[in-house]
Every structure is written in C-alpha cells, then in structure tokens.
Design a protein. Structure first.
Length: 991
RNA sequence: GCCGCUGUGGUGGAAUUGGUAGACGCGCUGGACUCAAAAUCCAGUACUGGCAACAGUGUGUCGGUUCGAGUCCGACCAGCGGCACCA
C-alpha cells in the first residue's frame, strides 16, 4: 500500500461508512451493562459550531468510544435546544420565520458535527421545537399543574424592555438582561411559576424518598465549585422570626431599664401594644437584637399600603412623603437598585414605632428599598453596630448605633470577666480636635490606660511628647473614660489596633490616683483628665462618641461576626451561638417569634411573552376559570402564521385561531393562555426523551427509563452551573415524587469543559473578529488532528487560548502513525503476528495501556495523548514493529482519532470496524521495568544516579552508592548519620 | 465583600500525591538528506559562572515543618471565574 496520509479522504470514507452501518445506535435490548454519556445539547445558533463545542463533544466521544470497546452498551445521543429568542429576534429583523431559520441552523450544526466524526446515535435526534417533543413539554407542565407544582400569581417580575418579555431571576445579570444587556425594570404581571422551592429539603411521598436540592448534591460526582454555586443559589439560612409590636403612640423616651429577657413579662407587652398589627422580621442574627435601634420594611411590605390606606386618626402622618418614595422606588431599574446599593435611601414612617420585645424600647420604623420585599418577611430589625447595610443607613439618617456583641479577643475570652476594659479619647482641649484613643484594662481595682500591661513608664512620656511634636497641640484633654466605650472600640479591634500601632500612641497608668500624680509630675504633660463613671460615660458621651469612633476609625466597617453578647440583659456574656438558641427559645416561650429557615431560591417563573417557545397548555374561561387543556388535545400547536413582533404581550394573542377557543369544561367561548414557556423548561427534561424519542403515548417508556437512567456522564459549559442544572434536578425530583421515574438525581457525574479563548486570550466573538471556525481547521488539518489538538491543549476544565500553529504537533504525530502503519503492513508475514521481543518496549506498551485507560476514565485527555506520543516515538525507533503491538496502539488511539485508526485497522487486514474491537488490558506483571535508575542524594541534593535491578535491596544499593565517585566526594571526611531508602526510587545519605 | 480556582522555561503544559522539576507538544539553535527547498530524521535547548568536568541557583513573595517541599502548614502578593443589599 502506498500513499500519503490524506485526512480528507479517509475521514469522508469512514463517516459515510459509519452512517451506512446505522451510526452508533444504542440497543434497548442489549444485555450489556449500560452507559449513558450525554452532552448538554446545543442551541443551534446561526454562528454554527464553536471550537468550544468541539472540545466538549470530542471529550465525551472519546469516553463513549472507549466504553463501547470496553463492552458497554453506550447511549450517546444528540438533539437541539431549538426554541429561543435569537431565532425570534432574527426573524423580527429579517422576516425569516424562526422555524425555517432554526432548521437551517440545525442542518449546519449536523453537518459540522458529522465532519468531526462524533459517534452520536443520530436515530435518537430530538428537536425541542417539534410538536412531537413539545407535546410532552406541555404534558409535563400539566403534570406539575395537576400536582399543585405549577401555579399562577400576580407578581412583580423582571421585565426586559428590549426583549419585551419577563426574565427569570437567574436571567438577570448585574441588573441587565442576560441576552441583550438592556436594563431590567420591574413590572406587575400575572405569571406562571413552578414550585421549585418545594424540593429544597428531603421529603417522603407514598413511601418514596426524594432527596432535596441541597442534600442530593452529596450523592453526585460534580465539581465542588458547581455544588457550592447551587448551594449558594438556594441560599439556606437558619434564623429566627421575631414579632415587633407596633405602637401608634408618639415617640417616647427609650427605656433601657427593662433590658434583659427575664425582666419583661407578657403583661407589660400587652400594655405596650396599642391595638395594632405586628411587624414580623426575619434575622439570622437574633443574638444582636439588643443592638436593634430601628426597623425597616420593604416598599412592597403590606404594612406600608395598609398604613397609606388607613383613614383613622392613628397611623402614619407623612403619607405624602411615603407615597413619593414608593413612586421613586418603582421607577428605579434593577440596575439602579443594585448599583446605588451603597447610597441607601428610605423614609421614616412618622407616627408609628416598633417595640423591641427584649428591651421594650420603641424604635422608629422606616420604609427603604434596601430591604427586599420578596425575601423573608420583607422586614428587618436593623442593628447598625453589627450589620454593614444597617450601619450605612444609620449613618446617613443619623440613627443611634448600639453595640451588643463584642469580639472574642486575646484579652476577652469566653468564661472570663471581660467587661473590665476602659477607653480614653484624647482631644485638643481648645479646638476639640481628635488626637488619640487609648485603651486598657481595669484589673483588681487598678486602672490602666495603655496599649497593654508591659509598657514602661517612659512610654507615656514618649507618647505625650509624640503627640506634642506631631500635632503641635499644647493643650490636650482626656475626654472620656468609659468601660462602655471600650466595647465599641473593641468591636473594631482589627482596624483600631493597626491605627494605634501606626501612631504609636501607647501609654499606661497604674491606677487613677497614680495616673493623676504622674500626669502632674510629668513636665511634658499637657493633659487634663476627666474621669467618668460607666453610667455617666454612657449617658453623657456614648452616642456621639460612638459615632465619632466609627467615623474616625471604622469607616463603614463594623463588627459583624460572632462574638460575646454585651449589654444584652440576661443574655450578656453568652457566646453568639448559644445566645441565638437561648433567645429563640425565649421568643418561642413568649410566643413572640420562632425558629425559621429561609431560602434565597424563589419559585421558577416560566411565562414568557414571546412566540418561539412551547405554548402553555391552559385555557381561561369566564365561568369555569383556569382550565388545563385535556391531555388528548395535546400538543397545543404553535401557529406558524403569526406576526411575531414583540409588543409586550405575547404574539400569540394576535392569532385569533390560536387565542379564541372553547372551554374544555363548559364549551363556552374562552381564551387560550398566550404566553409560552421559558426554554429552560424544554431543556429540563430532554435527557429523559433520548431513551425513547419517538414515543407517542408517553414522554418515555418506563422500562426504557429504568434501563438507561440516570445519566452516567454529563458534560457541558460551566455557564449552566445554576440555571439548567438546577431546573433539571427539580424536574427529576418532581417526577420521582409521583413515581414516574425511580431516581432523584439525573446526572451522576458532571464535568465542565473550560472556555476556549481566541489566540489573543480574549473571548472569541464575532465583533472582535477572532472566531475560529472548526470547518476551516478540519479543512486544513483534518478532524482527527483537530480532536487530538483540542484534547492535548491542556486540562479539560481549564480556560485555554487557541493556537492554530500548535495544530502541527498532533498532525505530525498522525503522519508518523500513518507511516508506521505502512511500515507494519510492508513487513513480511512472519513478523506480523507476535508481540515485541523487546522487554523494555513491552513494559512501555503495558504502561501506556494503563495510563490511557486511567486517564480517559478521569477525563485527563491531555496526558493520555502525551503517553500515546511517547509510545509511538519509542516504537518508531525499532527496526521492526510487531503488528500485534501496533494494533494494540491503534485501539488505544481509536477513541481520540477514530478515522485514521479505522483506516489503518482495515489496511492491516481487518474486515470489520475497529469499533468492534476490544479495549486492550494491561498485565500488571509487565508494568515493572527490569532495571531502574536510583537517585542518590547527599543531604537532599542530587549527586548520582545508579542503575540497579528492579527491587534491589537497600544494602546493595548503599554499597554501590558509596562506591560512586561523586557521592564519595560529597561525604568525604564526614560521618554518615542516616540513610533514607525508597525502593526503586531514591537513596538519601545524610551526613 | 463572599465563594471557588490559579500562579512552574521563550511558549501550551507534565510531575506516580512528600522522593530525579520541566514529561509530551510548539518554538528556537546546530547537523544529516537535497543542486536547492519542503517534508523527514538526528542532536541540543531553565538560569548563572566555566573551554570543560562541574558548581551554584531555580516552581509568585516571605517564613515554617521534613533526611527531602512545585506538592504540606502560616502570612502575604498577583490574576481569573462565579455570586452579591438574601438581613
């Protein structure tokens, strides 16, 4: 045989032959063990296949081909996520119907994928935009509806003014539409939702266990980052719900003498309650409740509208102002609400107050849009000292800041008297300008001021001088000494410590008397000292001082971690964790609140006011109300002759034949739901359809579902970390709950391929003109080279920059393989059928089998390719190449470069396809080299390498090592203290 | 801010999980073949000093553990990705 390696010719030849033999059809009847290998099916965009797709599809194709050779019945299907906005937008621009455009794109994708030699089972191809498919999407909608998992409600939703449709929360990125980057606004609409929140926690139903969206993550092999992202998206928070009574009394003086849980009785609270509603707040930090100085409700909170419509004498007195604020809030786009996060705005509800159930204190109530209406209760207790957002708001509106948690520091430990500290603030007596803060501890009746107990007397003098010199102030005044203040001070310890260290203003006094004496005696002293008791300090200077300290040092950063409670009545001294439990317990006893779990995850909004999607199978009748379309009437077909320009309502509204129907219940005139479903609904269950794509009686036959599912290996881009994967899991759990499938996690092993970037390291994009078209690469180098190159680029999950120049490596490798193939087939028949007699080569061959097998199993294709190259380089050095060995190599190569492997396999005389071959096995006995190089180190430094028989004993190696010149040189004149020996690897002589 | 990840030659990246740092590929240098070129093959290619043998240095920085650290621990620096007013 002769001829050069022509990728073009042989790739066409084998692709045709694979198609002729019926592709890689998975048999439902096979007795072999099954393996379901799935790619995230593509949206058939007009841009065609991306080299990133190629990486994804090649990886799973290698795995599929590998598993088939290992004797598995492999299901490796492909389909099209064909509904969606781009086709519709294209249609609006060009007038080409989405259906037509989509099918053109599918044809192009199919051609491109086939040109890569991906071993899909094309007989199972599905298209979510076909009525045969979306009939079952609609059926599943009805399934959810009938089980109370799909419902319709009026809701403030994300609206994209450009796409003219609603977006799911997940589709709003940084306040703009994920697709067109238009700022998203809020709009009130009646919309369909799926109750995904019903499946967050584990449940049992009719004897079936259904793992929740949280705990289910534990039993699947997914990237840790993806699991974390899902957990974060679900956002489970344990906390407490607390009821604050509303008082309609005019503002009162705060009463702090009731602080402490046990001192409040329900009697007293009844008196506080002035016959009005409660505000329920949710908090994860109920331990900070003694620091609550106001309450905030979201603009959407019912209390607000109730207060505005309330015509009685009581209630809020600044309705106009509040209404104005609500108006302004509504006009804000999502982006503005996000971007202006730091500048918090709000309005006080004048005339009402909330009663802190623990302090009995009446605190003001604000309405502010930094509180979300759709999370928790839509109301929060604000603790500015321990929450950054509350702090920012409090600073802006000049609200009191009260510390109720102290950090556990070196000097303040749990179980220790910690409220002994004092703080002193030093100002210039004349100007009142701040000079320094000093802190210390009061121990055994002695009063210390200073940075610690170690400072010597001269430190204070130095400090005083320093103040003088650095500031030029002549008169300095110690403004305040207060245990109370110290708490605030400690609350910001990290920052303040640094500050103190930086200024070096440390000094120390033994006690009050001594302190005064010393200050008097010190000629440098310019201080006047005012000693204040704790109570006085608090009463006189606490609040202004707190703010002063915060402004000076903390600059918006506050202590928001767990610590030890302070000034929290009976709970003082408890650690945060214990305090949360005790306080919650107290609330439950007094019926003022309870333990509560909240989630970030909201129900899934599936209505879309667009044309190119699956119609929602619901009919609205004036007499019978909302009616599901009877199953036998499915599918509700998408009409093809519709004006699909967006107007804000679904284009389907304008199709009378579609829109005007008879009520399935009473037969009177009724209207069809004109919204379509989010395309994510279609893609949430497609993996189920592949097991039985042509079924007209059910979404899939239960037996086939049982045979093939769950998916063993699933692969796709990391951009689907939350949306698609979460929705698909929800569908599986819902179907599992009602017994339609027998698993609750659909994808057992998930891997993401990294992004393939352009040569310039940026994202490939049309506008940058740096897109690499796989067609061009296949034309220039061939599909096998492209496949090999993409696998060889680096770890699958890493982002990698494309480099066309580097394709010559894999291409040269294949040419070398080709030449070896010629060499093997030209050898005399005698040489053909026997393994190599070269022991070293045989060991390498078996090592390669092992390495490639393991690497494919672990998706480490880059190192698998490299080990194939090493084997070829070594075989190429041989005068004669055993045909057996070469065939073994071809089998190893065939998943990576199937066309050339097939061609050479055939040329070596095989009648059948290499895909019918058997994956080689390695012999563990042959993995060990006969001789090994042992590294000899002296004190950990490499000094020699000696070749010894594999398995050599320490004694023998040591003898050889000591004979080595270089080793001898380095141990000369020294005594050997220790010898470390790692068999077959290393010897370290320590001298 | 929170979560996750990464940092190794000119370059993409290897390194059996604590045991020869730089496999394999690209590029580069020199050579063979050729009238010449392409292709192919051979040799070399971390840095510094040296003609060399060789010595020293070296995996973002600083420190630690160890006979031995790219790998483990601590602190920091730089970059990437995701989430972000979720109380």
């Amino acid at each position: 045989m002769a001829g050069q390696y022509s990728a073009k010719t042989i790739e066409k030849k084998w692709q045709d032959r694979w198609a002729k033999q019926g592709d890689f059809q998975a048999s439902d009847q096979s007795g072999k063990e099954k393996c379901y290998v799935l790619d995230m099916f593509p949206y058939p965009s007009g841009d065609g296949l991306h080299v990133g797709h190629v990486e994804n599809y090649t990886a799973t194709d290698i795995y599929s081909r590998f598993k088939r050779l290992q004797g598995f019945e492999v299901l490796h299907p492909i389909g099209w996520d064909a509904f969606g906005l781009p086709a519709e937008n294209f249609a609006i621009k060009t007038g080409v119907h989405p259906d037509q455009k989509t099918h053109e794109n599918i044809a192009n994708f199919t051609r491109q994928i086939k040109s890569l030699g991906i071993s899909y089972d094309w007989s199972r191809e599905i298209d979510t935009s076909s009525p045969e498919y979306y009939k079952w999407t609609q059926w599943l909608f009805l399934f959810l509806y009938k089980n109370g998992l799909a419902y319709r409600k009026q809701a403030s939703v994300n609206w994209c003014p450009s796409c003219q449709t609603v977006l799911a929360n997940e589709q709003v990125v940084d306040g703009v539409c994920e697709r067109c980057k238009t700022e998203v606004v809020q709009k009130d609409l009646k919309q369909w939702f799926f109750k995904i929140t019903d499946f967050i926690e584990d449940q049992q139903f009719e004897g079936r266990d259904v793992s929740g969206l949280i705990s289910g993550l534990k039993k699947i092999d997914w990237p840790e980052s993806t699991k974390k992202a899902q957990q974060h998206w679900i956002g489970r928070s344990e906390g407490a719900m607390v009821r604050f009574h509303i008082s309609q009394q005019p503002a009162r003086i705060a009463t702090r003498n009731v602080a402490g849980g046990s001192t409040i009785n329900s009697q007293q609270k009844t008196e506080d309650k002035q016959g009005q509603e409660d505000i329920e707040v949710f908090t994860t930090r109920v331990d900070t409740i003694f620091g609550c100085t106001y309450v905030v409700v979201a603009p959407e909170h019912p209390l607000v509208s109730q207060q505005l419509t309330n015509n009685s004498q009581q209630g809020i007195s600044n309705k106009a102002e509040v209404e104005k604020y609500l108006e302004a809030t509504k006009k804000k786009t999502e982006l503005e609400r996000t971007e202006l996060a730091k500048d918090k705005t709000g309005v006080k509800l004048e005339g009402i107050e909330a009663i802190n159930p623990f302090t009995g204190e009446a605190v003001p109530v604000f309405v502010a849009d930094y509180v979300l209406g759709n999370y928790g209760t839509g109301a929060v207790m604000a603790v500015p000292a321990h929450d950054e957002r509350d702090f920012a708001f409090a600073k802006k509106y000049d609200l009191p800041i009260r510390i109720s948690i102290e950090p556990v520091t070196g000097t303040v430990r749990e179980n220790e008297e910690f409220r002994r500290s004092i703080v002193a603030v030093v100002e210039d007596a004349k100007t009142g300008k701040f000079l320094s803060i000093n802190w210390g501890e009061k121990l055994g009746g002695n009063l210390f001021i200073g940075g610690g107990l170690e400072e010597e007397e001269d430190v204070i003098q130095a400090a005083v001088r320093e103040i003088e010199e650095e500031t030029g102030y002549k008169h300095v005044k110690l403004v305040a000494v207060s245990e109370k203040i110290h708490h605030h001070y400690f609350a910001a310890s990290k920052n303040v410590y640094r500050n103190i260290e930086a200024t070096g203003l440390h000094f120390r006094l033994a006690d009050k008397e001594k302190a005064e004496q010393r200050l008097e005696a010190d000629e440098h002293n310019k201080f006047t000292v005012e000693w204040i008791t704790r109570e006085d300090a608090f009463a006189k200077v606490a609040d202004p001082l707190h703010r002063y300290l915060f402004d000076k040092f903390i600059q918006g950063k506050i202590f928001a971690e767990d610590g030890v409670l302070a000034d929290s009545g009976a709970f003082s001294g408890l650690a945060s964790q214990a305090a949360r439990e005790k306080i919650t317990q107290w609330l439950e006893e007094k019926k003022l609140g309870e333990k509560k779990v909240n989630y970030r995850l909201r129900d899934w909004l599936v209505s879309r006011q667009r044309y190119w999607g699956a119609p929602i199978p619901i009919i609205y009748c004036d007499t019978c109300g909302e009616q599901p379309v009877p199953e036998q009437d499915l599918p509700v077909s998408l009409p093809m002759d519709v004006d699909f320009r967006p107007t804000g309502e679904s284009p389907l509204t304008r199709s009378e034949s579609f829109h005007d129907v008879l009520c399935p219940k009473c037969g009177e005139k009724a209207r069809r739901e004109s919204d379509t479903m989010d395309t994510f609904v279609c893609s949430s269950w497609y993996y189920l359809r592949f097991v039985d794509p042509k079924n007209t009686e059910a979404f899939a036959d239960p037996e086939k579902l049982a045979k093939w599912l769950p998916v063993d290996v699933y692969m796709g881009g990391a951009e689907h970390t939350v949306l698609h994967l979460l929705y698909a899991r929800f569908f599986a759990k819902a179907l599992r709950k009602y017994g339609l499938i027998d698993f609750d996690e659909p994808f057992m092993k998930l891997r993401h391929q990294g992004m393939v970037l352009a040569e310039d390291g940026r994202k490939m994009s049309k506008s940058l003109g740096n897109v690499v078209n796989p067609d061009d690469v296949v034309g220039q180098f061939g599909a096998d080279s492209l496949r090999l190159y993409e696998m060889f680029m680096g770890p699958l999950e890493d982002a990698k920059a494309w480099k066309t120049d580097n394709l010559v490596g894999p291409r040269r490798f294949l040419e070398k393989v080709w030449r070896m193939g010629e060499k093997v087939s030209q050898q005399s028949a005698i040489n053909r059928k026997q393994g190599t007699e070269n022991n070293a080569l045989r060991t390498l061959l078996h090592k390669t089998i092992q390495k490639v097998t393991q690497d494919i199993e672990e998706f480490r294709f880059n190192t698998a390719v490299s080990s194939l190259m090493i084997l070829v380089n070594e075989m190429d050095r041989q005068a004669k190449i055993s045909q057996d060995d070469f065939e073994t190599f071809l089998l190893l190569l065939s998943p990576f470069a199937p066309h050339i492997a097939e061609e050479l396999w055939e040329r070596l005389g095989h009648a059948g396809s290499i895909t019918e071959g058997v994956w080689p096995k390695f012999d563990p006995k042959l993995l060990q080299d006969e001789t090994v190089d042992i590294v000899v180190q002296v004190n950990g430094k490499l000094r020699a390498k000696i070749a010894v028989a594999s398995g050599a004993q320490q004694k023998d190696v040591e003898t050889l090592a000591l004979q080595d010149e270089k080793v001898a040189l380095h141990i000369q004149g020294k005594t050997i203290r220790k010898v470390i020996f790692v068999p077959n690897r290393l010897m370290n002589i320590v001298v």
